[in-house]
Write a protein that binds this ligand. Structure first.
Ligand SMILES: Nc1ncnc2c1ncn2[C@@H]1O[C@H](COP(=O)(O)OP(=O)(O)OP(=O)(O)O)[C@@H](O)[C@H]1O
Ligand SMILES: [Mg+2]
Length: 497
């Protein structure tokens, strides 16, 4: 028997009358890593926010080392040795790495002033531990999302907490950053710290966790040691049913070339050329930082192109900004949902329909006027957006459901070319499949899709052709029949096939 360090008992939580956690028990054991799993909206983040004092529970009790505790804010839980890395980044963009790490608890020198030297030295130590070798004086806005995530993790580590909660810490990390994080987690475990680890990537769970707690629809499904379950069993616990074929293959015809990119060149992308056909899904694979996002953003007009040409249906077009791209029928769904124009303070319905209200019909033949409500419902159903109604504000949705709203919003504009950048990041297995089905539905209706993804199985499962990038160059294009994990990885690291 392992020592229970935290026991959450009969936890119930309702937001304005809607129950999102129902009588949940949850344990954290000393020196062990507990995975907390469940679909988007299952209640994982909410449960951890209750533990750390961000939210007040409706009923139930929390025990720390056998003693009943009640934290009113994160400051109080921190004082008792519990730290949390939130799913959404909580950094202040215009401050430096060091200022962010020590925000609100800056070291003070003997003159009562902030001890900057110590602040930066300490910060450097924490970020270096995670393999981030930036100066701690660098402004956070200048860092990539992945590096910002590392700063967020360093900030939590620096609290030297006995219990560390990580809510999807690896979403934006590269493979090597993730490995580094895992070695830090293992070290913490050796020092008898306890960790709660939330992730939708099941392979990570099997790699580092000891036990697993599964939630479904706000209820507890069970707690099991990791070595007593396999992936299939876990999915069944989370989704409540077996998932057949995770990658539904779309039929539908592939037509002529709709987009041709020729010799595109700028500081991020080197001489990139490729074509995209009508009704085709082109997967873009590559390591993080290989220029995939930059290629997409250049086509979309966010980055300037220094050289190169873009043709749509054979005629050359000039894209100077995203507005030009949208006019040409191109839509880009960013990997960063905050950059997708999702307005947290607006409702789901407003977010999905606002940008496109003027339009009467799209390629699927919908007539929208007066039907916003209906169409929003349709999207909410087909993407399983979990919310009390279409009027719910997006800021109250779980992370994965916000991602789905952002996809729905962009699908709603029914572009002829849709570029999706990591569309299923942070999305649970069940909802992933729904997103795949939707991609296929649009593809069948004649839309052409470019899908950037770090998950090779997803690329292989959905694409007709696979373009691989390495250091800003297109290192190869494969027909999906000829593509596999090995030759994609080999192109991704620049070895060729
Ligand atoms: N402040 C809030 N007000 C109203 N409803 C909320 C609030 N916070 C969360 N919810 C609702 O509670 C439910 C659980 O959300 P939670 O964020 O805990 O899910 P999650 O399991 O972390 O999902 P994900 O994997 O998508 O991050 C969701 O239906 C969500 O809409
Ligand atoms: Mg969450």
């Amino acid at each position: 028997m392992h020592k229970k360090i935290v026991t959450m008992s009969h936890i119930t939580k309702a937001f304005s009358g809607v129950t999102v956690l129902n009588n949940v028990d949850f344990n954290i054991y000393e020196g062990r890593i507990m995975a907390l799993l469940g679909e988007n909206g299952a209640g994982k983040s909410t449960l951890m926010k209750i533990l750390t004092g961000v939210y007040e529970k409706t009923s139930g009790e929390v025990f720390l080392n056998g003693e009943s505790v009640h934290f009113r804010d994160t400051k109080e839980s921190q004082e008792k040795g519990i730290a949390i890395i939130h799913q959404e980044l909580n950094l202040i963009g215009h401050l430096s790495i060091g200022e962010n790490i020590f925000l609100g608890r800056e070291p003070i020198n003997r003159f009562g002033k902030i001890d900057w030297k110590r602040l930066y030295q300490e910060s450097e130590k924490w970020i270096a531990m995670l393999g981030l070798h930036e100066s701690p004086k660098v402004i956070v806005n200048e860092l990539s999302v992945g590096k910002q995530q590392l700063v967020e993790i360093a900030k939590a580590l620096s609290l030297d907490a006995k219990i560390l909660i990580m809510d999807e810490p690896t979403g934006a990390l590269t493979i090597s950053e993730t490995e580094k994080l895992f070695s830090v987690i293992r070290k913490l475990k050796e020092q008898n710290h306890s960790i709660v680890y939330i992730s939708h990537r099941l392979e990570e769970i099997f790699k580092i966790c000891d036990d697993i707690t599964v939630l479904r629809d706000g209820g507890l499904i069970g707690e099991v040691p990791v070595n007593e379950v396999n992936e299939e069993k876990l999915i069944e616990m989370m989704v409540g049913r077996r998932l057949e074929e995770q990658y539904p293959k779309a039929d539908g015809e592939i037509g002529n070339t709709i987009l041709e990119v020729k010799g595109l060149d700028n500081p991020f992308v080197k001489n990139a050329s490729f074509i995209l056909k009508k009704g085709e899904t082109l997967g873009i694979a590559g390591l993080m930082g290989s220029g995939r996002t930059e290629l997409a953003r250049t086509i979309y007009g966010i980055y300037k192109m220094d050289k190169g040409e873009i043709f749509i249906n054979g005629s050359k077009i000039h894209i100077k900004n995203p507005r030009d791209a949208i006019k040409a029928g191109i839509t880009y769904v960013s990997e960063d949902r905050k950059a997708n124009g999702i307005v947290l303070g607006m409702s789901i319905k407003e977010n999905i329909t606002l940008a496109s209200l003027k339009r009467l019909s799209g390629i699927l033949g919908h007539v929208y006027r007066g039907r916003e409500e209906e169409v929003t419902e349709e999207y909410m159903n087909s993407l399983s957006i979990k919310a009390s109604s279409s009027k719910q504000l997006v800021k109250y949705l779980s992370g994965g459901n916000q991602q789905k709203v952002s996809i729905a919003k962009n699908l709603f504009s029914e572009p002829s070319i849709l570029i999706l950048d990591e569309p299923t990041r942070g999305v649970d297995v069940g909802a992933k499949k729904e997103i795949y089905n939707l991609i296929n539905k649009f593809k069948k209706a004649g839309m052409s899709i470019i899908m950037i993804s770090s998950e090779i199985p997803e690329i292989l499962g959905l694409s007709d052709r696979v373009l691989v990038m390495h250091e800003g160059c297109v290192s190869g294009v494969l027909d999906v029949e000829d593509a596999n994990q090995e030759n994609i990885m080999s192109l991704a690291v620049g070895k060729g096939v």
